[in-house]
Design a protein around this ligand. Structure first.
Ligand code: NDP
Length: 399
């Protein structure tokens, strides 16, 4: 019987919800590329419930305990001696969400001799030292596609919020003002702008498709080119590398995974090659951008705005400069954990666990690392190595 350690974010400050704003969520049959939604044999939760916090337990307790397994759920994941570290020595499975990542560094993996499976309840397994997982033969999985469109929607919202100067304008209303000139002095139309996506995977393509009706000019760069028919449908221009794309773009959205190839890609040098006054939206991973370079570019005016929901590390320390830099539209890491998305990734985690315990293969599209190497989606979208360096800083949030 397995010990399963599940690291989730804290409950709402007002307590676990007793009721919800809506009574149901739409039922989807398939993702846009035809992939089926998660297919567990059963779920023990009502779609639309808050599942990603400690009391939500991803809806797993009944299922795991019925199978004789032990489930430990905690949000205490940072600093030496935290609950996660105390539970690791006999844990077989660790489940974690990117929003509140259980950083599985090489040091922690070394302290978890029984660890066989790391499940990301969401997408993006950069919080696991993938190299160390490969070296130790640990399987790493994520619930591919579960929240890609959730993020794509968020990206469109953030682009519009920055370009149209929504957040400061809302602020004037809340502060009982009517300062139209203050609101309008930084407000533009998106129509006609050149918008580029770094990566055109599930999220990137979703963003491009959602932006097309805004009558913008679309651009993208990726390691693999989209089919010609899709480029034609979108009127999208392919760029062989990020440098050639960002120089022509008014808005750049980052939609690639964090792995050694993309870590700190947007540094002073690259941001310096962007058009002055460009907007940068990053819902992929905080570490794809150089933290201080972004803050500097907003102060100098090289960037007109920066928005996103991803930081490094997470939770972001209280003195993280992105909390206070000008012209930002940052939120905590929330785009992929809408209640709609939670229902999908909780079901996906259940499916992975059912396969694992039943000795059945896990879907190829859910695999990131398997049998000592990158596998499935991991082999397509990631590069080998480690992107967890510096994650110990997350302990500063609660200090
Ligand atoms: P996909 O695997 O569908 O797409 C990733 C794309 O990035 C692939 O097309 C891949 O190329 C491309 N890529 C990889 N490396 C590079 C590179 N160096 N330059 C350009 N393109 C590159 O994943 P998703 O679109 O579903 O998710 C992307 C990322 O978004 C996740 O890895 C995660 O970090 C983040 N995310 C954030 C969420 C949030 O809540 N904010 C939620 C979900 C995801 P190819 O495969 O063609 O080689």
């Amino acid at each position: 019987m397995a010990k399963v350690v599940c690291v989730l974010y804290d409950d709402p400050v007002a307590g676990y919800p007793k009721s919800y704003a809506r009574d149901d969520i739409p039922k989807l049959d398939r993702y846009p590329d035809g992939q089926t939604l998660p297919t567990p044999e059963k779920i023990d939760f009502r779609p639309g419930e808050l599942l990603g916090c400690v009391s939500g337990e991803l809806g797993l307790r009944k299922f795991l305990e019925a199978g004789g397994h032990q489930l430990v759920v905690t949000s205490d994941k940072d600093a030496p001696g935290c609950r996660l570290e105390r539970e690791l020595p006999d844990a077989e499975i660790v489940i974690s969400q990117p929003f509140w990542p259980a950083y599985l560094t090489a040091e922690r993996i070394a302290k978890a001799p029984k660890l066989k499976l790391a499940i990301t309840a969401g997408i993006g397994s950069d919080h696991v030292d993938l190299q160390a997982a490969m070296d130790r033969g640990i399987t790493v999985t994520e619930v591919t596609y579960c929240n890609s469109n959730s993020v794509a929607e968020h990206v469109v919202m953030m682009i519009l919020a920055l370009v149209r100067n929504y957040i400061p304008s809302y602020g004037w209303v809340v502060n009982k003002g009517w300062n139209i000139a203050d609101c309008a002095a930084r407000s533009y139309d998106l129509e006609g702008m050149q918008v580029g996506s770094v990566a055109a995977g599930r999220i990137g393509l979703g963003v491009l498709r959602r932006l097309k009706p805004f009558d913008v000019k679309l651009h993208y760069t990726d390691r693999h080119r989209l089919p010609e028919s899709v480029e034609r449908e979108l009127g999208a221009t392919f760029h062989p590398n990020v440098e050639s794309m960002i120089g022509v773009c008014d808005v750049v959205t980052i939609n690639c995974p964090l792995h050694p190839e993309t870590e700190h890609m947007f540094n002073d040098k690259l941001i310096g090659k962007m058009k002055r006054g460009a907007y940068l939206v990053n819902t992929a991973r905080g570490k794809i951008c150089d933290r201080d370079a972004v803050a500097r570019a907003l102060v100098s005016g090289q960037l007109a705005g920066y928005a996103g929901d991803v930081w490094f590390p997470q939770p972001a320390p209280k003195d993280h400069p992105w909390r206070t830099m000008p012209h930002h539209g940052m939120t905590p890491h929330i785009s992929g954990t809408s209640l709609s998305a939670q229902a999908r990734y909780a079901a996906g985690v259940r499916e992975i666990l059912e396969c694992w315990f039943g000795g059945r293969p896990i879907r190829n599209e859910y695999l990131i690392v398997d049998k000592g190497r990158l596998a499935g989606t991991g082999a397509h979208s990631y590069s080998a190595g480690n992107a967890t360096r510096g994650s110990e800083e997350a302990a500063k949030f609660s200090r």
